[in-house]
Design a protein around this ligand. Structure first.
Ligand SMILES: [Zn+2]
Length: 240
């Protein structure tokens, strides 16, 4: 099964063939542009259309299970899709594009926190309304965190590219910048997809990203929380 959203994250429509349907609503296709819920980035929504009948099925949820991407559609009161059906896939582009911009912004802010404060990033959640970054740091200095958002905004203004490429696991492990993030790579994975904010930040990542920092637009600090011990949390949002 081809993950077309990794080949071209700007693809809004794509044709596919149904490979299997479970319980009338869990669809697996030969390829997909629907991003599954993973790595802190929420799944896409949208619809698939049976090309021979023209009937539309709204996309309810997309998840990755046992290495396959399962698309849960709303098929209530409609004829069931079946193996071999040709379908047109259309993603809700407004939602996806906002999530792409938010995901790249999350890497940018994480990179700034990690470089300036020496913090270890422990988690993130990308949302439509806000983005959350969790990190380990002894100090809790809200003003410094606000300044990191200012730094991010000035970097966004310059047209820095985001690129992706494959890297061997052993090379990832030898790169001090990525080694802490590379920990916990499941066994059996030899090649990792790297997302690089050119000459600034590199991380193994399976999400969808914009091509230039400029596409993010302006971001705004929302709040920072002290979660005890060295656990810190910060929220920010895109301004549009
Ligand atoms: Zn990411």
């Amino acid at each position: 099964m081809k993950e077309q959203y990794l080949v071209d994250s700007y693809q809004k429509e794509y044709d596919a063939i149904v490979e299997s349907v479970k319980d009338g609503k869990f669809v697996i296709m030969d390829n997909t542009i629907f991003y599954p819920n993973s790595g802190g980035q929420p799944h896409d929504t949208g619809k698939i259309i049976n090309k021979s009948t023209g009937i539309e099925y709204p996309m309810v949820y997309v998840g990755k299970f046992d290495d396959k991407i399962s698309h849960e559609i709303d098929a209530k009161g409609k004829p069931e899709l079946k193996q071999g059906d040709k379908v047109k896939c259309i993603i809700d582009w407004e939602r996806r594009y906002k999530l792409m911009r938010s995901h790249t912004a999350c890497h940018l802010v994480s990179g700034i926190i990690s470089k300036n404060a020496g913090a270890l990033i422990t988690g993130n959640q990308i949302g439509i309304e806000k983005v959350r970054v969790d990190f380990n740091l002894e100090t809790f200095d809200k003003e410094a965190l606000k300044q990191y958002i200012d730094t991010a905004n000035s970097m966004i203004e310059s047209d820095i590219n985001i690129i992706d490429y494959d890297m061997k696991k052993e090379d990832v492990e030898q790169n001090p910048e990525m080694i802490k993030l590379a920990k916990g790579i499941p066994q059996g994975i030899d090649v990792l997809r790297i997302i690089e904010i050119k000459d600034f930040d590199k991380q193994p990542d399976g999400g969808t990203h914009v091509k230039s920092l400029k596409e993010i637009g302006k971001i705004e600090f929302i709040k920072a929380e002290n979660k005890g011990k060295n656990n810190r949390r910060m929220y920010f949002k895109l301004l549009d």
